[in-house]
Design a protein around this ligand. Structure first.
Ligand code: ADP
Ligand code: MG
Length: 443
């Protein structure tokens, strides 16, 4: 029998034909066959993210392919083995690229969607559309809700799931569809336009109400819809109101929308709001005490976007004031929102931060981004990572990329190290605080 690595090379050759290109590039490219004992096949993958993805979404395809090649009952196991510098940064960039390619926000997945009484039905329908596309479930699936209740999140979760199942989703907003159509008309590219939408394995249109009353766009959408529906392709649509309340919509389109399943999302109840806040705080890797979350869930009732925005604001406020997130501080941050006062913006983008840190250590930006490993440079680099991490909105992946392509675990380690060193060294603490002050007070 051939070695694990040879078998896996052959398997990759087949997988390349079976999954689409972005998928292959993202998930399979950096994998290796490590060991095969005639039963278990051990695959080396670059990081935990890829391991988890393959485990959840591609295991059966991988096993099927391996069984075909080895004629044995193979079970696949994944091991993180490719800890080459920059590997994980590349993987998270690749994931971002694939998502961006299709217009998805990588955060809008089913995993990150909290289910409660108000959205249970919509969530169930969305999962079913994602798992059994091609119209076996409800076609079209029409989801409507007031703004900020998770329509776009659910829709993109369906799309990203489809992507994981090697289907080609086409995702547009009603507005993009309209613009695309108008541009195609103007530039005489309607054939291309038609081909683009009709090649979809799954069509997702967000905020369809935008096209209501735009006759030619409606007409074009009507034909696209019929074509895909006849071909058994899943169509998912969102709107801010049900089809029957779209007065401008042509009757024939309205009736198409009502062919499948129409579900709504209701505002979340208290427990769901609390669960969402907990989940978002966790994602932001910030500890927020239960009484603060409780207070927020009581006060903010209507809209999940507002809930999330307020949480981000409280986190930013606390960082800016370098204060603990107490109920008092939270109340103050929220009061300012209500009073319309702008949060004093913490200045400095990635480059500013790196430049400022380099200056404080009397080094050049190139030193920080480069490969030098002597103590001084290494510490300055770690401080830059720490300072960036303290700012809201930069992920480990962003930071690693900005600092010359370091991987996320390097960044995570650096942040812990600096926090620890700051506790032990008065001098370092002062230095970091000076940098932070400089960045906050502006140029
Ligand atoms: P809509 O498209 O209905 O206006 P979005 O899908 O943009 O709303 O949701 C607004 C924000 O609230 C997004 O950041 C989204 O991730 C979040 N959100 C909405 N519903 C949920 C949920 N059930 N669980 C977690 N986050 C949610
Ligand atoms: Mg939306």
């Amino acid at each position: 029998m051939n070695s694990a690595s040879e078998i896996w090379e052959a398997a990759l050759g087949e997988l390349q034909l079976q999954v689409n290109k972005p998928n292959y590039q993202t998930w399979f490219k950096g994998t290796r066959g490590l060991a095969f004992d005639g039963d278990q096949f051990l695959l080396g993958v670059p990081n935990a993210f890829v391991a988890e993805y393959l485990e959840k979404n591609q295991r059966s395809l991988i096993e099927k392919t391996l069984i075909g090649l080895t004629h044995r009952g193979v079970s696949a196991r994944f091991q993180i083995s490719w800890a080459q510098d920059g590997g994980s940064t590349r993987a998270c960039e690749a994931r971002r690229n694939v998502s961006a390619l299709y217009g998805f926000n990588p955060k809008y997945t089913f995993d990150n969607f909290v289910v409660g009484a108000g959205n249970r039905m919509a969530h169930a329908a969305a999962t079913s559309a994602a798992e059994q596309p091609s119209g076996q479930s409800y076609n079209p699936l029409f989801i409507y809700a007031a703004p900020g209740l998770g329509k776009t999140h659910l829709l993109q979760a369906i799309g990203q799931k489809a992507l994981g199942n090697n289907l080609k989703p086409v995702y547009v907003s009603g507005e993009q569809f309209t613009n695309d159509f108008v541009a195609a008309l103007r530039e005489r590219r309607t054939d291309e336009f038609r081909a683009k939408y009709r090649s979809a394995d799954m069509l997702m249109v967000d905020d369809i109400h935008f096209i209501a009353g735009k006759e030619a766009t409606e007409e074009s959408f009507f034909h696209t819809f019929n074509n895909l529906h006849n071909a058994g392709r899943q169509i998912v649509i969102t709107s801010d109101r049900p089809p029957k309340s779209m007065p401008m919509l042509q009757e024939r389109l309205r009736s198409r929308f009502e062919w499948g399943l129409t579900v709504d999302i209701q505002p979340p109840d208290f427990e769901t709001r609390l669960a969402i806040l907990q989940s978002k705080a966790e994602q932001a890797q910030t500890a927020v005490s239960p009484d603060v979350l409780d207070m927020m869930a009581h006060e903010l009732k209507q809209n999940i976007r507002e809930l999330e925005g307020s949480l981000n604001r409280i986190i930013a406020y606390a960082r800016l004031l370098r204060a603990q997130i107490t109920p008092e501080l939270a109340a103050r941050a929220l009061k300012d929102v209500a009073g319309g006062k702008e949060l004093p913006e913490a200045r400095g983008n990635l480059e500013d931060v790196i430049g400022t840190v380099a200056g404080a250590f009397a080094l050049s930006v190139d030193d920080l981004l480069g490969r030098k490993r002597d103590k001084e440079v290494a510490q300055a680099r770690q401080v830059a990572m720490y300072v960036l991490r303290q700012k809201n909105g930069y992920s480990l992946c962003d930071i690693g990329t900005a600092l010359g392509g370091r991987n996320s675990s390097t960044v995570s380690y650096a942040c812990e190290k600096v926090a620890q060193d700051m506790a032990n060294s008065h001098l370092l603490r002062r230095k970091v605080e000076d940098i932070q002050k400089k960045l906050t007070s502006g140029d």
